[in-house]
Ligand binder design. Sequence first.
Ligand SMILES: Cc1cc2nc3c(=O)[nH]c(=O)nc-3n(C[C@H](O)[C@H](O)[C@H](O)COP(=O)(O)OP(=O)(O)OC[C@H]3O[C@@H](n4cnc5c(N)ncnc54)[C@H](O)[C@@H]3O)c2cc1C
Length: 382
Amino acid sequence: MSQPPEHPLDAPAPTLAAGVPVRWVDVLIIGAGQAGLGAAYWLGRITGLQIQVIEQNTVGNGWLERWDSLRLFTPRRFSGLPGMRFPVGADFPDKREVADYLRGYAERFALPVETGHQVRRLWQSDGLFYARTDLAEFRARYVVVAAGPFSRPYLPPASALLDHGVFQLHSAAYGRPSDIPGDEVVVVGGGNSAAQLAVELARTHRVTVINPRPPWYLPVTMLGVDLYWWLYLTGTLNARASSPVSRYVRHRGDSIIGTELRREVQSGRVRLITGRVTGAGGQDLTLSDGSHVQAQNVLWCTGYRPELAWIDLAGALDARGEPVHQRGASPVTGLHWMGLPWQSRLNSSIIDGVDRDAHATAKRVRALERRSSSAPSVDRIS
Ligand SMILES: Cc1cc2nc3c(=O)[nH]c(=O)nc-3n(C[C@H](O)[C@H](O)[C@H](O)COP(=O)(O)OP(=O)(O)OC[C@H]3O[C@@H](n4cnc5c(N)ncnc54)[C@H](O)[C@@H]3O)c2cc1C
């Protein structure tokens, strides 16, 4: 009689009734954006565990889907992942370079990424995580959710109150100026997306920007030195989320990197209105001070929410469907988050912050693994 295999990965995968194969791994990483890849890098290096990254799309696709002219607001030096610098070139990489960089990163470190797996449900039973995709059911002892904080475009309720004749688009669906009909557009939002797109559209449209607060412009360089170097050297860039500077930045809201929008406003090519959109009716947007702004076309640069409805784990999400965590560690033992805004530091949701959070995640998994060495492993559970 043949010996049972040492590890379930050596065994032929059991098959579910529906014909879906079961795949056993130690650590399952969901999402192969920068956060998932960075986590795979560090988990692979310091845990010795069997890792699998699964991705519903292809690596880098998330960046390619963003608008045509998108350039990073972070310079190359601050856009690299652990172990591999961003290649040299013009100051601010464009979105294709970022997609290429991510693909090159996964290849260079031979990260175990499998694409085409959309996790439809993630649940737990007997201490094991189960992740169901159309192609397989993964069973894992640890899960890192790196599904992206900016996946579901957010539209304020006012958008539903506008007349059907008003053309509306979220920045997630915007590609280029010709996507906006006519010659006028109201851009709603106070972040870098709103600023970049207002400047771009000012070449072809009469642009009004409605910004919820007075814009906070930060120059790209100060005294000839790149802003990000200053942020880095002063410890601001990776300040702890609980630090006074982080609290100030959170309270103050998004800064706008660069002053192009200010120039457009000063020259009269862009009209800037400070106010929060609180309602709408007909062709009018209503602002918090009761005033109205007429709109033929509206470009909503109003941000995103995570898309996590597929997570079916008690205690993992709060009442609003947002991750519950402490510096990325979930109260659900074995579950970890990556890439969340303010996960641990000011830069947690940008490329520069991945290294530190991914390393911390890998260290946590390693510590759990050491502690659970007396607990049953996947082969014994099966
Ligand atoms: C317009 C815009 C501009 C930005 N510019 C910059 C910048 O200049 N510099 C900077 O550092 N940061 C920038 N960011 C912020 C941040 O770096 C990016 O949003 C980045 O894409 C986040 O990486 P991520 O890996 O956390 O998430 P994502 O890149 O969103 O990757 C998550 C991955 O998970 C996959 N996924 C999601 N759900 C599932 C599922 N159920 N099953 C399987 N796979 C799933 C997705 O397909 C995706 O590939 C920008 C963000 C936006 C929106």
